[in-house]
Design a protein around this ligand. Structure first.
Ligand code: ADP
Length: 361
């Protein structure tokens, strides 16, 4: 049944005034209102709201008064409501205590997990550092004996090739080839370790100029492949380690020329801009890559073709990824088998340059 909200408001107001200045007349009125509330079967929610004030009346200076003047019906109602209210409070309190205990347990678990994670990260850093140190020392120290082997095998081949039997010549060929491949592997491994160890000295430089410099070094390769390397006209100035990023460009352009089809290779270097980074793309019209290898090609020593078909160590793209990630960017490939590939890498814009450079384009 609906009850006039003013009745509830009156009742509440009377009780509240009672706390401030007890007045017997008003309390009798309150009792009357209370009786009417009983008769009107006030919904528990509303009655509770009113009687929260009644509870404070009961615990105030003259707790007996309200009950004595309210008459049996009203005092019964009050007591019931107070009891219900206290019961609800107890449940709420129990729930809160339970929730609090759970929260505490969860917090303790999270703290423990965070500590374990920190420890694992430290351990990983240590192991990484040791591995880097190891690969650097190993590749560095292996170079001298390898050079010696290569040089002497080459001398041996020159002196004795054709003078021994046919099998010996064949064996010599394999030894020279193996030594060459080993040298390439060790050289690329050393390049990789150096790229990870070298201090990252960043500067702003002209991307077009850097590409031209790389192309000057690749002139022979471009000619040998009867290829063409194009650069977009609007290459911007970018920030980063010029020498390391040039290595990335060189590797990607070299790959574009190397993994060619029957047609002359055409490689294009371009650059676009997103909200927060430059994205540099090296596009080729080569053999392409199947989607299932898009991630794998960036792993160390991963090669998709036999060494006889395309030379290489399988470290080139790993080196590119290392350098790009050290700059805070990422590298990926998009490709269609038999049509060509686009290798893209992003370089975050220096924070202060973001708005003006964006507006400038
Ligand atoms: P490498 O060139 O020394 O073999 P990379 O790490 O540069 O090593 O490349 C890994 C592999 O990814 C290559 O062996 C090749 O199979 C594939 N790959 C790289 N670039 C291209 C490309 N532009 N087109 C097709 N395949 C490529």
């Amino acid at each position: 049944m609906n009850i006039d909200p003013r009745t509830l408001a009156d009742y509440q107001a009377l009780l509240e005034r009672r706390v401030e200045a007890p007045d017997e007349e008003q309390l009798i009125q309150a009792a009357e209102t209370g009786r009417r509330l009983v008769l009107a079967s006030v919904p528990l929610e509303d009655a509770l709201r009113v009687h929260r004030t009644a509870v404070s009346c009961l615990t105030a200076s003259r707790p007996g008064l309200l009950l004595s003047v309210a008459g049996p019906a009203c005092s019964g109602l009050l007591l019931e409501l107070v009891r219900a209210y206290l019961e609800a409070m107890r449940h709420q309190l129990d729930d809160a205590v339970r929730a609090n205990t759970l929260l505490e347990e969860e917090r303790a678990c999270r703290r423990k997990a965070e500590k374990e994670l920190e420890e694992k990260v430290r351990e990983l850093d240590r192991t990484n550092h040791e591995l880097e140190q190891f690969s650097y020392s190993a590749s560095h120290d292996l170079q001298a004996p390898l050079r010696q082997i290569s040089a002497f095998v080459e001398l041996f081949r020159k002196k004795y090739s054709g003078k021994l039997d046919e099998r010996a010549d064949e064996f010599l060929h394999f030894i020279v080839e193996g030594a060459d491949r080993l040298q390439t592997l060790v050289r690329d491994l050393l390049k990789f370790s150096r790229a990870g160890r070298a201090e990252l000295v960043c500067q702003e430089f002209d991307l077009a100029e850097a590409v031209q410099e790389v192309l000057a070094g690749l002139k022979v390769d471009v000619e040998a492949a009867s290829g063409l390397v194009e650069t977009a006209p609007d290459l911007p100035r970018i920030s980063g380690s010029r020498s390391l990023l040039s290595q990335v460009l060189q590797n990607l352009i070299e790959n574009g020329l190397k993994f060619r089809r029957e047609v002359p290779p055409v490689v294009r270097v371009s650059c676009s801009r997103t909200e927060d980074s430059w994205v540099i793309s090296v596009t080729d019209n080569g053999i392409g890559i199947e989607p299932e290898y898009f991630e794998r090609v960036f792993e160390p020593f991963q090669r998709l073709h036999p060494a006889g078909r395309f030379p290489g160590s399988g470290m080139g793209l790993t080196l590119c990824r290392k350098i790009v990630e050290r700059h805070g960017g990422r590298i990926w490939v998009e490709s269609t088998l038999g049509q060509g590939s686009v290798f893209r890498f992003s370089l975050p814009l220096p924070a202060r340059a973001m708005p003006s450079q964006r507006d400038g384009r």
